[in-house]
Design a protein around this ligand. Structure first.
Ligand SMILES: O=C(O)CCC(=O)C(=O)O
Length: 272
């Protein structure tokens, strides 16, 4: 495995606190493995209300994909896997969700006192999807500095090995961003991980929290009727900069896009 050419002097920063949401053990596990699990972090009711607003956005996106883009656009494929980006721009419930006290506590402990929403997308994997979503680090898609930011993969439906839950390769995050290659299914860091992979089944409302540097993939959805829904929310320190895209563009930009990369923590507190 080759390091990304921009990744020349990366050093992982351990999370020594003060912690206000995670236990010392959870923070230690996150530093060692690159992920942690928050079981039942959100109630079924919170999830159901969020899904009520995400479903129509996803249906609209999939319709557009099918009718105007021939059924495939980059990593999205109609009837298989869809990426509905930035629900926060159109869904008040999604926006409120990203400001939830669970995320405020998490980002305080794992990022710092000044944090913005970096990215949000609903990812639906349809029954009968035989391809997995390839092994990658999130920072292998759009390279941002600092490299170490946070992904929260929120299960909106129960998910397990049958319908495409996340699988994580622990311990590799500490070296920073690796080189990825573009495949037909998305960017790929490796086809088989060098560390023992961990399958992470989740109940709806549970969250897999991992680093932007933690290699992960999701498996196929081999079920006949179990649509798998996730809402992925990512947080980065205030002042983070996009320095390059896997797709080749290379224009440094502050991650403060109007309406969607808003502060979720300012000086350690929710913004006024
Ligand atoms: O949710 C999925 O199936 C894959 C999405 C993913 O890993 C990502 O967006 O980084």
């Amino acid at each position: 495995m080759q390091k990304h050419p921009r990744n020349t002097d990366f050093a992982w920063t351990d999370h020594t606190g003060p912690l206000r949401f995670l236990s010392e053990e959870q923070a230690r596990d996150y530093d060692r493995d690159g992920y942690l699990l928050l079981e039942d972090a959100f109630t079924r009711e919170t999830v159901a209300r969020l899904v009520e607003e995400l479903d129509p956005l996803e249906a609209e996106f999939e319709g557009f994909l099918r009718e105007k883009l021939g059924g495939k656009a980059f990593i999205a494929r109609a009837d298989e896997i869809t990426f509905s980006v930035h629900p926060v721009l159109r869904s008040p419930r999604a926006e409120a969700f990203t400001r939830h006290s669970v995320f405020q506590g998490l980002v305080h402990d794992l990022i710092g006192p000044d944090v913005r929403l970096y990215w949000d997308q609903a990812v639906y994997k349809k029954p009968g999807t035989s391809d997995r979503f390839p092994w990658h680090q999130d920072n292998g898609y759009t390279y941002i500095e600092p490299q170490q930011y946070l992904t929260c993969w929120v299960a909106l439906t129960d998910t397990d090995e049958e319908n495409g839950c996340p699988v994580i390769a622990p311990g590799l995050h500490r070296e920073g961003t690796y080189e990825h290659r573009l495949t037909d299914l998305g960017f790929e860091v490796f086809s088989a991980p060098p560390s023992e992979p961990v399958t992470v089944p989740l109940r709806a409302g549970s969250v897999a929290v991992f680093s932007s540097l933690t290699p992960h993939m999701t498996g196929p959805n081999l079920s006949t009727d179990r649509l798998r829904k996730a809402y992925i929310v990512q947080f980065a320190p205030d002042g983070a900069i996009t320095v390059g895209h896997g797709m080749g563009a290379d224009s440094p930009a502050l991650c403060d896009a109007e309406g969607r990369q808003y502060p979720v923590l300012v000086g350690g507190a929710g913004p006024a």
